[in-house]
Write a protein that binds this ligand. Structure first.
Ligand code: NAD
Length: 254
């Protein structure tokens, strides 16, 4: 049991399935009171019933007030997990780019805007961002996803460095492939780079809880991502050549 989580009021967005549902189950198992959010009301309700939590369906950007009410006035932990796995190149429609910005980035900004003043006042709060290894590295064939996940990571990093001396904890979860509906939708690019090392949603929840116990910002459920991230920073052209090799392998197989 993680002491910081027992009895805490926790919100998990996009928790009707996949990683969000695994986070919600784990928080509930650790003794937290959990609000389960999802755009899909039926899925949110099913997970909430299973774990003895409360369903607050709707767009992740709009639910902070209702979630706070459901938890009796205070949110201790907010998991900005809902995401859209929008693929495509620079040629993707404006609406595709807008949806990726809205769900993968702005929902986090809007939640923080609603939560941070109260957290600063009481000197505590925990913001968990489900980013992706694509937010540290990239995802072939998915420009809107890669760009917005980099932004989500940048925002989490900014929150952490700005408020860490004022009692606010931030964690950025950056997995590669995880066996969820989103992975199913990544097609041949996912088959090439994600599926071979894919892990279970519960593994992501376990990595987060290790990170909470160790008070770590960066949560890497695939530890090898640390080496890739370092290689990218140390020699960008070498890293880009390697990723271009992956791109060409993908193109040749399509
Ligand atoms: N599956 C992977 O390989 C993988 C890897 C790295 C990061 N991630 C990230 O993990 C998070 C969860 O993804 P997942 O793999 O569990 O996908 P998933 O498709 O199984 O679950 C995502 C859930 O979010 C909900 N959702 C979508 N838009 C929403 C919105 N605006 N408001 C509320 N709910 C919304 C969906 O209805 C769905 O139930 C995402 O942010 C994703 O980018 C996934």
């Amino acid at each position: 049991m993680v002491e910081a989580v027992q009895g805490a009021g926790v919100v998990v967005t996009g928790a009707g399935g996949g990683i969000g549902a695994a986070l919600a189950r784990r928080f509930a198992a650790e003794g937290a009171r959990v609000v389960v959010n999802d755009l899909d009301a039926g899925k949110a309700k099913a997970v909430a019933e299973e774990i003895g939590g409360t369903a607050v369906p709707g767009d992740a950007s709009t639910i902070v007030d209702d979630a706070r009410d459901a938890l009796g006035g205070t949110i201790d932990v907010y998991c900005a997990n809902a995401g859209v796995g929008t693929g495509g190149t620079e040629a993707a429609e404006e609406s595709v780019w807008e949806l990726a910005w809205d769900v993968n980035v702005m929902a986090h900004v809007r939640a923080a805007r609603a939560l941070i003043p109260g957290w600063l006042e009481r000197g505590s709060g925990r913001f968990v961002s489900t980013v992706s290894a694509a937010g540290l590295l990239t995802m072939i064939g998915a420009a809107p996803y890669s760009v917005t996940k980099h932004a989500a990571h940048a925002f989490a990093e900014w929150l952490s460095l700005t408020y860490r001396h004022r009692g606010i904890k931030v964690h950025a979860i950056c997995p590669q492939g995880v066996r969820t509906d989103m992975l199913e939708a990544t097609g041949t690019a996912g088959d090439l780079v994600l599926r071979p090392t894919a892990i279970e949603p519960d593994d992501v929840a376990e990595a987060l809880f290790r990170g909470i116990e160790e008070d770590r910002f960066l949560i890497l459920p695939h530890p090898e991502v640390a080496g890739f991230y370092q290689a990218r920073a140390t020699d960008p052209d070498r890293w880009l050549n390697g990723m271009n090799h992956v791109q060409r392998t993908w193109e040749a197989g399509r």
